[in-house]
Design a protein around this ligand. Structure first.
Ligand code: 5AD
Ligand code: SF4
Length: 442
């Protein structure tokens, strides 16, 4: 048998890219590759890129530059660019950086072994199609390797919303939901391999409408209830959601489905109706706040998280104040905030831009408030009993680390539990970035 070749993958961006990288590693496993965690001894290097914010392509070029020495020393080394930058700028990358042997978009990574074979023959290989064959099919042939306790599972991909700032509808294409049967099959397989918590992924995951066993479309809530039946699966999460797709059955599931965790990422982007309109968000600050009320009525202890963009074209001080006011009202447990960055080909890129210092100042002020609420949410956990799924050993002897139901990192000293155990823990202290707890029972 020939010696296995080594594949090094570097992943940027969102959780879907993490999932895609795993799939690419599996696809290449079929072509005789094993993964390595250093580029130095690799036979193939893959950059799985993200295009959501500025300087994405520049980052790829500088990262590629770092591999030049390796490529010179080992001309047989194959270098590939995958993901959303590959989708948006693949041909340009090949032109500008001759050491790139192959480019593969997020919809065609199942063809990676063919592309690699082509590259081995000395040809340049590029595939940024949106093919009709199912890239998820490669999953069916993967080895049954043991897994850690948590996993991502893509159920929906792409977006038809066309927010004025966002490249996703262009890089990931239009909304597609995977059929229920395939998802359940994949979830069962993950659980057999040791997974206890599954996070369902989609750019617009709550718009999920995959074909059910009878042919009719199922909602995300219905899919969650189906997954709830899987013995051994203890926790279900999903991300990312759009406010307009937060259907009644999904809100209700947050109150009634014990496996569905009390955490929801629900980006609003801005608290100003004027800006929301210009962003093409098709909801208002008020409708978002009423939605949050309904979600909290169904699940009072739910921890909410959000995304914010500051310095969107035409954002005034008043608009920004509206965003700060919304943050005070919602009291997010987590939030991700970004300065608006122009993305070529999106409508907002054509508009008048705000000065960089205004964006930076607003971002700082917004992040200070977010940090305050984040801290308060975390501190409020002290004294409470929460479920913790242990994911790894801690730095201290006997210490175990996991995530609470609310997604806080929790560490427990002298915990005689194995990785993968879900246990009840009493929170005794709130630290800088994590909670300390005491084991109650398994
Ligand atoms: N500029 C800044 N932030 C952006 N996001 C998406 N596009 C842009 C952009 N052009 C943010 C949004 C989205 C998150 C994934 O990234 O807040 O919810
Ligand atoms: Fe982008 Fe999300 Fe808007 Fe779709 S809903 S365009 S993925 S920000």
């Amino acid at each position: 048998m020939s010696k296995a070749k080594r594949l090094y993958i570097k992943t940027y961006g969102c959780q879907m890219n993490v999932y895609d990288s795993e799939r690419m590693a599996e696809a290449m496993g079929g072509a005789g590759y094993v993964e390595t965690d250093t580029p130095d001894d690799a036979d193939m290097i893959l950059l799985n890129t993200c295009h959501i914010r500025e300087k994405a392509a520049e980052k790829v070029y500088s990262e590629l530059g770092r591999f030049k020495g390796l490529k010179d020393a080992k001309p047989d080394l194959k270098i590939g660019v995958a993901g959303c930058v590959a989708q948006a700028e693949g041909e340009e990358i090949m032109r500008r950086q001759p050491m790139v042997d192959l480019v593969v978009g997020p919809q065609s990574y199942h063809r990676l072994p063919e592309l690699e074979a082509k590259a081995r023959e000395g040809a340049k290989a590029l595939d940024t199609d949106f093919p009709v064959d199912d890239k998820f099919d490669t999953l069916r042939h993967r080895p049954k390797a043991k897994r850690g306790p948590t996993a991502f599972l893509t159920v929906q991909e792409g977006c038809d919303k066309f927010c004025a700032f966002c490249v996703v509808p262009y890089t990931r294409g239009s909304e597609v939901s995977r059929p229920v049967g395939r998802i359940v099959e994949e979830a069962r397989d993950l659980v057999e391999r040791g997974v206890r918590e599954i996070t369902l992924l989609g750019q617009n995951v709550n718009a999920y409408h995959g074909a059910g066993p009878g042919g009719a479309d199922w909602s995300l809530a219905r899919l969650i209830w189906e997954l709830d039946k899987i013995d051994g699966l203890e926790r279900i999460r999903f991300t990312t959601s759009h406010p307009n797709d937060m259907s009644d059955d999904l809100i209700e599931a947050h109150g009634t489905c014990a496996k569905l965790m009390p955490y929801l990422h629900l980006p609003v982007q801005s608290g100003s109706d004027r800006i929301l309109k210009r962003m093409n968000r098709s909801h208002t600050a008020e409708s978002y706040l009423r939605l949050i009320e309904r979600i909290r009525a169904a699940r009072p202890d739910i921890v909410l998280s959000g995304d914010f963009i500051v310095g969107f074209p035409e954002e005034t001080d008043r608009d920004f104040q509206d965003t700060l006011d919304l943050i005070e009202e919602v009291r997010y447990g987590y939030a991700y905030s970004f300065k608006y960055s122009t993305r070529p080909g999106t409508p907002a890129a054509e508009r008048d831009q705000l000065p960089e210092d205004v964006k930076s100042e607003r971002l700082q002020r917004l992040q200070a408030r977010i940090t305050h609420h984040q801290r308060a949410t975390q501190d409020a956990m002290v004294g409470r009993k929460v479920g913790v799924l242990f994911e790894k050993e801690g730095r201290l002897p006997g210490q175990m680390v996991g995530k609470s139901d609310y997604l806080h990192a929790v560490h427990v000293a002298d915990a005689p539990v194995e990785v993968g155990t879900l246990a009840q823990v009493e929170i005794i202290e709130s630290g800088a970035n994590s909670l300390a707890g005491r084991l109650l029972d398994k």
